[in-house]
Design a binder for this molecule. Structure first.
Ligand SMILES: [Zn+2]
Length: 432
């Protein structure tokens, strides 16, 4: 008996197929083969060409490309709702440390957070993620048998007296996840206040040689600049966490300039691999000029996390200027420690609320095509030759245009009814 969840050599059809941000096909269908999309078009045409193929229906719903969330930390899922009032970011990080599980519970807590996190992604139609992990071995083991694409970025800190451990930390961040792992391995130098410049340069050189994509938190906070200048400010010497993680020494090179300029100075923009910069809340025109023109580089903007930290006016994010400069800005969730769920369409709704001039089509590209390109994935649109990663969403009626379909999807940001990854039905239901 054939596996009913395996849809290869099958047709999948629905009232409407949203193939990309500009293409809506009423009564549309896809023909899937070898885990890829072989054909996209009108159901009656595809049916005629493949009369013997099994036909799976999503009924009166909409088939969209699987969504792509390029910045999250699944392993922090256990912190959901645990820090309701974040005060300032440095205090929030101290709370994260206080709430970290004791060593004997670490494996269990991380495993559960990652597996719940993947289920939480599928629930909202997300088929690929950029996941940052400090516990790469445990996270990757937990994800190995679960359906999720994208990149698992092993997080690295390397500063001051800890610099001698860099090689060992890079090795730990690269540990493989097991035979069934759907995610590639990447590296994440954590942030300008936890990785010193020479260590960043070494990590980038290693990533180039080993073909590892990179992700880094950069220009998230206004305090990064003062830290880089003379190790002062809320992230500096007097930060309570500095006293616990006591690594600052006299050999860390200071830098008088913006975090983006610092990253450029230490080679971050010279990577020949995909580079995802998380947040970049603080970038002036000179920074935007530095970032523009690097096609391997993308920015992950996390709208509800910005709200959570009290950046109530997301319009302050320089994303409009970045988009004008041709920088690939994507929308992401960040972790459940700072956003209520992994609903990427809800993040897009939040971005639209604060930046009403962002076109619906752009918002949709920011959660599909662009984050897929950011991670060099063969996905993000429903086009022939791309991976058969599909999400099915309910719609109230058949939309008239791609724009009205996207507007409804984002405004209502419903849970997905079904998710197909590489021809496997991995979540929800379709009807034969
Ligand atoms: Zn993050």
């Amino acid at each position: 008996m054939p596996d009913e969840r395996f849809l290869d050599d099958c047709i999948v059809h629905a009232a409407v197929v949203l193939a990309d941000a500009d293409t809506l096909i009423p009564d549309g269908a896809l023909f899937l083969q070898n885990g890829l999309i072989e054909e996209v078009g009108l159901w009656r045409d595809i049916r005629r060409r493949h009369p013997k193929a099994a036909d799976w229906s999503a009924g009166g719903q909409l088939i969209s490309p699987g969504l792509v969330n390029i910045h999250t930390h699944l392993e922090l899922g256990y912190l959901r709702g645990k820090i309701p009032d974040p005060a300032k970011f440095p205090d929030w990080v101290c709370r994260l440390f206080e709430l970290a599980p004791p060593p004997e519970q670490l494996e269990h807590v991380v495993t559960e957070s990652v597996s719940d996190g993947i289920t939480g992604c599928l629930r909202y139609g997300v088929t690929a993620i950029g996941d940052i992990t400090r516990h790469a071995a445990i996270s990757r083991r937990a994800a190995a048998d679960m359906p999720m694409g994208g990149i698992s970025f092993g997080e690295i800190t390397a500063m001051g007296r800890a610099r001698g451990e860099l090689t060992q930390r890079v090795r730990a961040a690269e540990v493989p996840g097991g035979h069934a792992a759907g995610m590639q391995i990447g590296l994440s130098p954590h942030a300008p206040y936890s990785v010193e410049g020479p260590a960043l340069r070494q990590i980038v050189q290693h990533a180039n040689a080993a073909h590892r994509p990179l992700a880094m938190h950069l220009a998230e906070l206004p305090y990064e600049r003062e830290f880089l200048r003379d190790f002062s400010g809320p992230l500096g010497r007097d930060w309570p966490l500095r006293k616990i993680i006591d690594v600052l020494d006299g050999e860390i090179p200071a830098f008088d300039g913006s975090p983006v300029a610092w990253g450029a100075h230490w080679g971050l923009l010279k990577s020949n691999q995909p580079v995802i910069l998380a947040h970049v809340n603080h970038a002036d025109d000179a920074d935007i000029r530095l970032l523009a023109g690097h096609r391997q580089l993308s920015v992950a903007m996390c709208p509800r996390t910005r709200q959570y930290f009290g950046h109530h006016h997301i319009a302050e994010h320089p994303c409009l200027k970045m988009l004008q400069a041709g920088i690939r800005v994507c929308i992401a969730t960040d972790s459940l420690a700072s956003t209520p769920d992994l609903n990427l369409l809800a993040e897009a709704a939040c971005a639209r609320q604060d930046l009403p001039s962002l076109p619906w089509a752009t918002l949709f590209q920011m959660v599909t095509q662009w984050p897929a390109a950011a991670m060099a994935l063969n996905a993000g649109r429903l086009h022939p030759g791309l991976r058969a990663d599909l999400a099915v969403f309910p719609v109230s009626s058949v939309p008239r245009s791609a724009e009205s379909a996207i507007a409804e999807l984002i405004a209502s940001h419903p849970p997905a009814a079904a998710v197909v990854m590489g021809s496997q039905l991995v979540y929800g239901t379709l009807y034969c």
